[in-house]
Design a binder for this molecule. Structure first.
Ligand SMILES: [Zn+2]
Length: 154
């Protein structure tokens, strides 16, 4: 659900609030200070998001995503990689997890003043997606090390 709301730019980013007529003084991204804070900026174009995607795609052994594209493009691109169906499902789960954690990290920065680190975000993505894949699938024997290396045979 969150992903689709983000795609529609309806998340409560500063720009979205302003567009809805809620008076917001500051629509600049709190992470880079260099651009307006749209959903596509927070989740793709911001340098923090871009570094996160570089590390995530490197880990998944897939091509870097197009951070200039839309969130829909991102979901299409990553669901069409040349892998087995099982691996594609795992990749898709990681992509969704990454979007979610980038959003959560942005909120912690804006509302709690907490400075996120890319390395921490990556570890969070790996751990959350590992638990998700283990719980929600038939890959109960998957070890943390196999997942960390993305050495998976689904
Ligand atoms: Zn930014």
């Amino acid at each position: 659900m969150f992903v689709w709301r983000a795609i529609e730019e309806k998340i409560a980013s500063a720009v979205a609030l302003r567009n809805r007529g809620i008076n917001s003084l500051d629509t600049v991204c709190k992470t880079c200070g260099a651009a307006e804070e749209s959903a596509a900026h927070i989740l793709l174009r911001c340098n923090f998001a871009e570094r996160t995607w570089e590390l995530v795609t490197n880990w998944l052994k897939i091509p870097m995503v197009n951070v200039e594209g839309s969130l829909t493009d991102l979901l299409v691109e990553t669901s069409e990689v040349q892998r087995s169906k099982g691996v594609r499902k795992a990749i898709y789960a990681v992509i969704i997890q990454t979007i979610w954690i980038l959003w959560k990290t942005r909120n912690e920065k804006v509302f709690k003043g907490r400075q996120g680190k890319v390395q921490t975000v990556i570890e969070e993505i790996k751990e959350a997606s590992y638990l998700g894949v283990k719980l929600r699938s038939k890959h109960g024997s998957l070890t943390r090390q196999e997942w960390w290396d993305f050495n998976v045979m689904f």
